[in-house]
Design a protein around this ligand. Structure first.
Ligand SMILES: [Zn+2]
Ligand SMILES: [Zn+2]
Length: 383
């Protein structure tokens, strides 16, 4: 078969399909169409799960109830057809055109030309995937829990060839850069624009929280307080640069102190300059705000949640604190990823510390269960 013929073939392959809310993922044979203009078909090598994958599969209510869909938005693969074949790529759910009002503003990564997609479809409103004759939806820009996927080229980051061939960076770790860890890493750098010597608190030490710890360390934070209900996260946090650890469950005998109070207790009553909320547990948004310094503290929300509203202590805001939300930690794919990739190649980031479990694609439901386990940081899926 000639190359042109192969590129125009529909591929039948295995993928994890979730047919409806609350249903387990099923490994099904799906059809993946050839890519259209500005798209590439990618042969996936690894995927990894993020808590958002649980939210949108197991208990999705408001968050993107699009079914049937192919799961997964973190991964790494190789370009199979169209574009530069053989390129190693990772999908990202945000993009950067470098031209629109938002991209040139220097204030946000929310590109207007290639926006964050909530439709579960390609930018042209169609899907390249189907199963049993039914159209399949994506998760944001892609579906990584599949042997093949088609992605718009604007939502891909190309990994430099020497990154892979030099062996300086294990390929599975690249999957972790697609969403969670990068979101955390970007927040202190791009959203907080954290000043050297700042004090920081990070609520929730999953992949996002550990990324925030790492990001705060790289930006020169003087003190990084990690908060998690699992004592095993103490060691994980330290590996990324955490200086203090709070397990709120250990303090229950002290009259049920709030997380913000526990943070203030550690900071002579002052609170921190920046607090990053990484759990997606809505009441912690208020705790994050309360945990920051009077008049100048900033709380940044980066954890995803199914809850659409939360009560905020207005006095806390009136007293000069800032509450800010962020997608992907404010990272821009073209401007900021080269630096992240360089750090990975220099082994400045302990991405191996994130990998706690590995399963094959057929065991996807075990992977989703593992993700709920407190000791789990990242489940890697070998495609
Ligand atoms: Zn994610
Ligand atoms: Zn733009």
């Amino acid at each position: 078969m000639s190359e042109t013929e192969r590129h125009s073939q529909v591929i039948t392959c295995k993928a994890v399909v979730c047919w409806g809310i609350g249903e387990a993922g099923k490994v099904e044979e799906i059809q993946v169409e050839p890519p259209k203009a500005s798209e590439v078909r990618v042969k996936m090598l690894y995927a990894s799960l993020c808590h958002t994958d649980i939210l949108i599969s197991k208990k999705a209510t408001q968050l993107l109830p699009l079914f049937p869909r192919v799961l997964g938005h973190e991964g790494v693969g190789v370009v199979e057809s169209i574009g530069e074949e053989g390129d190693m790529v990772i999908p990202t759910f945000v993009s950067e055109c470098q031209e629109c009002e938002n991209c040139v503003s220097g204030k946000t990564n929310m590109c207007l030309k290639y926006p964050l997609s909530f439709t579960g479809l390609m930018p042209d409103g169609t899907s390249r995937m189907s199963a049993k004759g039914q159209k399949l939806y994506h998760v944001f820009s892609c579906s990584t829990c599949s042997e093949y996927m088609v992605v718009n080229v604007n939502y891909l980051v190309k990994l430099p060839p020497n990154m892979i061939t030099s062996g300086s960076f294990p390929l599975p770790h690249a999957s972790f850069l697609s969403c969670g860890f990068s979101t955390g890493f970007g927040a202190p750098w791009k959203e907080a624009k954290l000043e050297k010597g700042s004090t920081v608190a990070v609520i929730g030490l999953g992949a996002v929280g550990l990324g925030a710890v790492e990001g705060a360390r790289v930006q020169g934070a003087a003190r990084i307080i990690g908060i998690d209900k699992n004592d095993k996260k103490r060691e994980k946090g330290k590996a990324f640069g955490m200086t203090d650890f709070i397990n709120p469950d250990h303090h229950h005998h002290h009259h049920h102190k709030s997380v913000s109070q526990l943070i203030k207790d550690l900071t002579a009553g002052m609170g921190v300059d920046y607090c990053f909320e990484c759990t997606g547990f809505a009441p912690f948004i208020n705790e994050a705000l309360e945990a920051t310094k009077l008049g100048k503290g900033t709380a940044i929300v980066i954890g995803t949640s199914n809850i659409t509203s939360v009560q905020i202590n207005s006095l806390s805001l009136l007293c000069g604190r800032t509450l800010k939300g962020s997608m992907f930690g404010g990272l821009k794919t073209k401007t900021d990823f080269p630096l992240i990739i360089q750090k990975c190649m220099n082994k400045d980031m302990q991405l191996d510390q994130l990998l706690t479990h590995q399963v094959p694609l057929v065991d996807i439901n075990q992977a989703l269960e593992l993700l709920k386990h407190p000791d789990c940081v990242k489940v890697l899926i070998k495609i």
